[in-house]
Design a protein around this ligand. Structure first.
Ligand code: HEC
Length: 185
């Protein structure tokens, strides 16, 4: 095994292999809080939206959605989110005209972050939202009575409650996986 790993490392490049091997899905403390994963800024970005208003207030933010690397690879190969998949939504205020920009908007400070996790805590295939503050080590589960679940169910229920209509890379990968010969039943 060791020799195999070394051979792979030589081929794939040891840094990327180690990074992939170090990731092990979500972990939880004994209160059911999720341990906030490290290095989420290195996760592949699957969506960027601006001023996507859907909750009545605010909405003029720049949002970034990232997917953990292992689930990204699995999704591209199969078009299905594996159990343990984690998506992060990062919400930033827009800033304008930082030189040399004339007009336009770029990312400012973070005003909100949350995770959407296929943790099956409410039965097979279910997801849970977790909110967390700046520098928090853990995130609390959002109660299922909150509007988050209803909106995601209603408008993204056919895509595993994930807003695939805003994530073109994943949507394209899903279409490709569905058409791949291996997926033909
Ligand atoms: C009225 C609809 C609506 C409600 C309510 C809502 N969301 Fe979302 N959510 C969206 C849309 C649309 C996106 C697409 C990405 C974006 O906002 O940039 C999204 C994306 C997300 C994502 C990125 C992963 C994914 O599933 O697509 C997370 C995480 C998330 N929302 C968390 C929450 C949490 C936590 C709450 C409740 C506190 C919530 N949302 C309430 C509509 C909603």
């Amino acid at each position: 095994m060791k020799r195999l790993l070394m051979t792979c490392a030589a081929v794939a490049g040891s840094a990327s292999l180690l990074a992939a091997a170090a990731f092990a899905g979500p972990t939880f403390d004994d209160q059911g809080r999720i341990v906030i994963p490290q290095n989420m800024d290195r996760w592949p970005t699957v969506g960027t939206t601006y001023a996507l208003q859907y909750e009545g207030d605010g909405g003029m933010t720049l949002n970034t959605v990232r997917l953990d690397p292992q689930s990204y690879d699995a999704y591209v190969a199969t078009g299905v989110f594996p159990v343990g998949a984690m998506l992060q939504l990062e919400v930033r205020l827009p800033v304008e005209e930082i030189a040399p920009a004339k007009g336009g908007k770029t990312q400012g400070t973070i005003v909100g972050r949350s995770l959407h996790v296929k943790d099956e805590k409410a039965g097979p295939g279910t997801w849970t939202f977790y909110g967390y503050g700046p520098d928090a080590a853990t995130g609390n589960p959002v109660p299922r009575s909150q509007a988050c679940y209803a909106c995601h169910d209603e408008h993204a229920g056919e895509t595993d409650t994930v807003f695939m209509q805003f994530y073109p890379t994943l949507a394209e990968a899903r279409a490709k996986a569905a058409n791949a010969p291996a997926a033909v039943k």
